[in-house]
Design a protein around this ligand. Structure first.
Ligand code: FAD
Length: 449
């Protein structure tokens, strides 16, 4: 298939770009939106609207009713897919920090990140040195960690060798990713409706990181090329100024006094919850609670988690979350060090101290410093959700297929939820061996046949 029909815009870092997918559909996103809008405004029926679409096209319609009149809900009715390549983990998180984001991101559990570019926005030799030190260490520990894991979890007779080896490699990536800097580049897909794109881009263009601002500008430019009538919104200076204030001053979350784990608040109304007792008690495994339980209110938690695992937690859109600033003040998650062979443990600790000193030397702000900090460092995570969202999250994120550092903290959320709501009828279906090494992990890769 020719690439020329897709819209590609380069990003500021060499080799990185955004690509808006052109599916060449006869009825594209804009046309679909027009059909739905017409359908809501006349009784002519879809067959008649399809005729109008064929005669007039969707272009003028979108310009006039969606962009022109700011009738935002029309923008809900058409979608676009953008592929973003070669951006930092920080930028990927910024894009995904949206409650209606859909998409997929490259996994550090199945992809060897040693060949990825590590971004050096500070553009100094020291910056380059810090990043290359991380890369060398990541590369150096791969094989010894795999060997160590093979000794720890020897292959059982009944286990297929290929799947076993894949599971060992995946587990080794789980451990070694802690030494990958957040400036390591990744790829992601971003699928949303037009309105969400417009609303999110409005915030991202004021993001504290220049890299994200650039992604926002180029994505908007690319979307405008494919859907010119849907992405020509006027900018209002007061709104822009306000969004700039929110993004630059209030976006990143910091808590210098963060604790390992804490229940922030329980705002569930017990009287209303009583009406939902039956739904909670009758729910079978792998089944979600009904949405209506959200009427009871929300519970909030805050806990420390390494940035690597935060990346998975953050994907849960049904709970409200803050974006933590990645710093070194909350320490390196000890789990990663404990997984190394003894001789490497000592070396790794010393190496972390040396790198910390080098990072401290960088004369730049706290936002840019994040690029140089590896993903094993902990950040304070805040999650606030209703009982449906929290139940889904804790059940999915406490299985043996989830990263152990995330499981460790989710088990604390589970204990707290049980303590609070068991008497009200809440039942949680939990993996009873959450930390077991299961080679089925080796089957979870997606490979071409
Ligand atoms: C073992 C494992 C491996 C994975 N590997 C990868 C990977 O390599 N790459 C990757 O990109 N992803 C991967 N994922 C999936 C990714 O992390 C998911 O996006 C993540 O699990 C959160 O999405 P969710 O739909 O599961 O949960 P949520 O976003 O919490 O959604 C839970 C439910 O609530 C609904 N919902 C969503 N948003 C809202 C809202 N705002 N209000 C109300 N309801 C809402 C959803 O439709 C869903 O029914 C993996 C997941 C697992 C468990």
């Amino acid at each position: 298939m020719s690439l020329t029909k897709h819209v590609i815009e380069p990003l500021q870092n060499k080799g990185s770009f955004v690509l808006v997918l052109n599916t060449e559909a006869k009825i594209d996103g804009q046309a679909e939106a027009m059909l739905q809008a017409l359908h809501s405004r006349s009784t002519g029926g879809i067959k008649h609207h399809l005729k109008v679409l064929k005669e007039k096209g969707a272009e003028n319609f979108m310009e006039k009713f969606y962009v022109g009149y700011g009738h935002k809900s029309i923008g809900d009715c058409g979608s676009a897919t953008v592929f973003v390549e070669g951006v930092s983990m920080l930028a990927a998180k910024a894009i995904q920090d949206w409650r209606l984001y859909s998409g997929q991101e490259a996994s550090t559990r199945y992809v060897d990140f040693s060949k990825q570019t590590f971004l050096n926005p500070h553009k100094t030799k020291t910056g380059e040195k810090i990043l290359e030190n991380w890369r060398n260490f990541y590369l150096k520990i791969q094989k010894p960690v795999q060997q160590f894991l093979k000794e720890k979890y020897p292959r059982k007779k009944e286990e297929d060798e290929t799947i076993y080896n894949k599971a060992i490699i995946a587990r080794a990536f789980d451990i070694t990713r802690a030494w990958l800097p957040a400036g390591a580049t990744t790829n992601l897909a971003w699928r949303m409706n037009f309105r969400q794109f417009a609303d999110e881009l409005m915030m991202l263009r004021h993001h504290p990181l220049k890299e994200v601002q650039n992604i926002a500008q180029q994505t908007e430019k690319a979307l405008r090329q494919l859907y010119p009538q849907s992405f020509g919104h006027e900018r209002f200076s007061k709104t822009e100024k306000y969004n700039q204030y929110v993004m630059q001053k209030k976006y990143y979350f910091e808590n210098t006094k963060a604790k390992d784990f804490q229940l922030l608040f329980n705002n569930i109304d017990r009287k209303i919850l009583k009406n939902h007792q039956q739904e909670m008690q009758k729910r079978p495994p792998k089944t979600e609670l009904p949405n209506t339980i959200a009427e009871c209110g929300v519970v909030g938690y805050e806990f420390l988690l390494d940035f690597g695992s935060f990346r998975d937690l953050q994907r849960h859109r049904a709970v409200a979350q803050r974006m933590p600033l990645l710093t070194m003040r909350h320490g390196f998650n000890p789990w990663y060090l404990e997984q190394l062979p003894l001789d490497l443990q000592k070396e790794a600790k010393k190496f972390l101290q040396e790198q910390k000193k080098l990072i401290a030397k960088l004369k730049t702000d706290k936002f840019v410093k994040q690029y140089y900090i590896p993903m094993g460092y902990q950040v304070p995570c805040r999650i606030v959700g209703d009982l449906k969202a929290l139940t889904y999250l804790v059940e999915l994120r406490s299985t043996r297929f989830v990263h152990p550092t995330l499981v460790q903290q989710i088990l604390k959320v589970i204990a707290s939820l049980k303590k609070l709501f068991k008497k009200d009828g809440l039942i949680l279906h939990i993996d009873n061996t959450p930390n077991k090494f299961d080679i089925a992990r080796g089957k979870q890769d997606i490979v071409e046949k």
